[in-house]
Design a protein around this ligand. Structure first.
Ligand code: PEP
Length: 251
């Protein structure tokens, strides 16, 4: 049985005090719940250290939104995997479509990051997904296949069990447009089959595949009840405790 993972990608939102307020509210509202999913928050780098102090002893886990693949050195503005570990991160989002489009990250670079994260015991959340143009040209599967094959290049079967895939159609991110549960399930099933061909059916059954793209409390239940949808990567709706918790409740 795969356990669902609900992760909140805060993006470039919330200064330190706003982060503290949101995490304290989340922690107290989740305190009496028995959950059958994992909950991960991914605040900005500047809030990670304080976030870890607040979530200690709770069920909330910590992730970052990006990292670089080198260990240290002259990489101005970058953050290493071991730095993320040192402030208590267990997860790191890699290859988010905003990193790919705004910052020009390519599959090869994302693959180096995935491998570095795994080597440092961080669980990568590898984001993949097609643009609207690619969907309209009917190349969704081709694009997702390339992103996964290249993103997981040299990742061994043992290592891949630490990876989470997030299928996020770019046209559904921050737009209010959600893939229908059937559209999402179709791509998730394709990804599972692809993972089976790259590793094995047994391994593919163990890898969580999250859906991301305008997930909200009122569409989460239907999406999360699809056979191959194992959680959600949530942007906008994770910035308010009640809507993030609504999605967690749906899971
Ligand atoms: C995201 O950025 O990963 C995302 C899914 O954003 P939103 O939920 O706002 O569409």
């Amino acid at each position: 049985m795969r356990r669902k993972v609900i992760a909140g990608n805060w993006k470039m939102n919330n200064d330190l005090q706003q982060s503290v307020n949101l995490i304290e509210e989340l922690k107290s509202k989740l305190a009496n719940k028995t959950l059958n999913c994992d909950v991960v928050i991914c605040p900005p780098f500047t809030s990670l250290y304080e976030a870890k102090k607040i979530i200690d002893g709770s069920i909330i886990k910590l992730g970052a939104q990006n990292m670089f693949y080198e260990d240290s050195g002259a990489f101005t503005g970058e953050i290493s995997a071991s730095m993320l570990k040192s402030v208590g991160c267990e997860y790191v989002i890699l290859g988010h479509s905003e990193r790919r489009t705004i910052f020009g990250e390519k599959d090869e670079m994302i693959n180096k990051k995935v491998r570095k994260a795994i080597s440092q015991n961080l669980k990568p959340i590898l984001c993949v997904g097609e643009t609207l143009e690619e969907r309209e040209k009917d190349v969704t599967e081709k694009v997702v296949k390339r992103q996964i094959e290249k993103g997981l290049n040299y990742v061994t079967p043992d290592e891949v069990l630490n990876v989470i895939i997030a299928y996020e159609p770019v046209w559904a991110i921050g737009t209010g447009k959600t893939a229908t549960p059937e559209q999402a399930q179709e791509v998730h099933a394709f990804i599972r089959k692809l993972l089976a061909s790259m590793y094995s059916k047994d391994f593919a059954e163990l890898i969580p595949i999250q859906y991301g793209g305008s997930v909200k409390p009122d569409n989460a239940k239907e999406l999360l009840s699809q056979k191959d949808i194992d959680g959600a990567l949530v942007g906008g709706a994770c910035l308010k405790a009640d809507s993030f918790i609504g999605i967690i409740d749906a899971a």
